[in-house]
Design a protein around this ligand. Structure first.
Ligand code: ATP
Ligand code: MG
Length: 477
């Protein structure tokens, strides 16, 4: 578990740094690991070899010393013994001390300047029959190889020499310092090589990443240079063909979008024109005819008070009056003349007032528009509010609604709210439900935006924003 966590953490750290840092880390890590391994191995081998040599040296020096000291001891030449001690110590800098003990255990001569340390004697003894005996003694200044050699088979005494390991320690320290220095120099060289290598390696990857970011933002123009004939080069070529294809597709999409907009504009304009024509037709022709019919029937009723069909005429007049009302209503809904004649505020007030009367739902209206707006904006807002009110009547089960339409500089904002049951705005309502889609299309067609917020608790709010000046309108003028 802990191991897993450690490895996850390591992956996290490795994943967060750039490729350049990763390669640098690998090179540096390898060099340091190699340097540490070589240093440890070399220290171990050197210590072992030198220890063996030191032991041999200790034996041979002690034997030589014992052999040379036999005569002066036999002759009781203490001065000669002292000279021999001095000479021995001068010839070998590794010798820490030398002394001779007679066969009674008495020290005859020694090289200790501050007095002989008596506790040294029992630390190494040579048994009878032995040619020499070496003991490793731990002192304050490090290890000492103490070798005892019997003089004249032990009949005269024992010669002892102590060899210090200082030279081994010095050699090992010098070697370690040299190896660390070498590792350091190799690391610096490794860093330089790694930096140039990663620059060569990551240069095409960085330019690929930059180009990909540009593509993600919708800019398909950047092309990547093929730096080398390797896998990254193949990738660069594939990337270039991909962006070319994307650019072509994007061009096609834009053309289609323009076409779609043009078609939409045509549909909306034609629809409005057609509605206006039918509404006028209904008003100017059908309504006139119906009015004539009603007037005719009324004349008939008055002139023919005794006629048997008088009640029939009255019924027919009632039917004609009702039809006239319905035609008027239909004409209003198709295209209220007031929208063309008096503008959006009046048309909306008329729409809301009729809607309230019909559905018995109170609406709080606030319209602040000032002067008249461009025709397409007035129509779009009118139609959007009309559809929103229809939706409230059909789906919301609302107790009240509110409408706010206002102008803010170059922007017209409308908010239609209800306190109904709300609905899921992300749900797919299917192909049969075109109201919301049409509202959005109308707003977007004029470079505006339509946002809906809806919840079961707070009902539904529809926000509409349409700019008053855009290229579309300029082009239409
Ligand atoms: N104010 C509202 N309150 C509750 N639900 C609503 C409201 N407005 C829309 N909806 C839900 O969103 C759906 C889609 O509305 P939309 O106007 O697109 O289609 P529709 O009204 O069902 O049909 P039409 O195409 O005739 O307008 C509706 O069927 C209704 O479920
Ligand atoms: Mg609808």
């Amino acid at each position: 578990m802990t191991f897993q966590r450690v490895s996850e953490r390591m992956w996290e750290i490795a994943g967060a740094v750039s490729v350049r840092t990763k390669i640098l880390g690998i090179v540096l890590g390898l060099v340091i690991l190699l340097g540490a391994g070589v240093t440890m191995q070399a220290r171990y081998a050197l210590t072992r070899t030198m220890t063996a040599q030191m032991e041999e040296q200790s034996i041979s020096v002690s034997r030589d010393f014992a052999a040379r000291s036999t005569d002066p001891i036999l002759l009781n030449d203490l001065l000669g013994v002292h000279d021999l001690l001095k000479e021995t110590i001068a010839n070998n800098p590794n010798i820490r001390y030398a002394f001779i003990v007679d066969n009674h255990g008495q020290v005859i001569a020694h090289t200790f300047e501050g007095g002989f340390p008596l506790d040294l004697i029992p630390l190494n003894t040579v048994q009878s029959g032995e040619h020499h005996h070496t003991s490793l003694i731990q002192t304050d200044e490090g290890l000492v190889w103490d070798t005892a050699v019997p003089i004249l088979d032990g009949k005269v005494g024992t010669a002892r020499i102590g060899l210090s390991d200082a030279s081994i320690r010095t050699a090992v320290s010098t070697l370690t310092a040299q190896l660390i220095l070498t590792t350091l120099l190799v690391s610096i060289a490794g860093i330089l090589v790694a930096v140039s290598l990663t620059w060569i390696l990551t240069r095409p990857i960085i330019s690929l990443a930059q180009a990909t970011q540009a593509v993600a933002k919708g800019d398909f123009s950047p092309r990547v240079l093929r730096w080398a004939n390797d896998e990254i080069g193949d990738l660069a070529e594939a990337f270039n063909s991909m962006t070319e294809e994307l650019a072509r597709t994007d061009e096609l999409r834009k053309e289609r979008e323009v076409l779609r907009r043009q078609l939409l504009e045509k549909v909306i304009t034609t629809q409005e024109d057609e509605r206006r024509r039918i509404a006028r037709e209904l008003h100017d022709s059908t309504s006139q005819n119906l009015t004539s019919l009603i007037v005719g029937l009324r004349v008939m009723e008055t002139n023919c008070a005794q006629c048997a069909s008088i009640s029939k005429a009255t019924d027919l007049r009632d039917v004609a009056s009702k039809t006239l009302d319905e035609v008027h209503d239909l004409s209003m809904r198709l295209r209220p003349r007031v929208l063309d004649d008096l503008g959006l505020s009046a048309a909306l007030e008329r729409l809301v007032s009729e809607w309230q009367t019909r559905y018995k739902i109170p609406v709080d209206v606030a319209i602040q528009l000032g002067e008249r707006l461009p025709g397409e904006v007035e129509t779009a807002i009118y139609r959007i509010v009309q559809e929103t009110l229809t939706n409230i009547a059909r789906h919301a089960h609302a107790k009240s609604a509110s409408i706010l339409v206002e102008r803010h500089g170059d922007m017209v904002r409308a908010i239609v709210e209800d306190d109904g049951i709300g609905f899921d705005i992300n749900a797919n309502h299917g192909e049969r439900h075109l109201g919301l889609l049409g509202m959005r299309e109308r707003a977007e067609f004029l470079h505006g935006a339509l946002t809906i917020e809806s919840s079961h608790e707070n009902g539904t709010s529809v926000f509409i924003e349409i700019p008053l000046h855009n290229e579309q309108m300029e082009a239409n003028r």
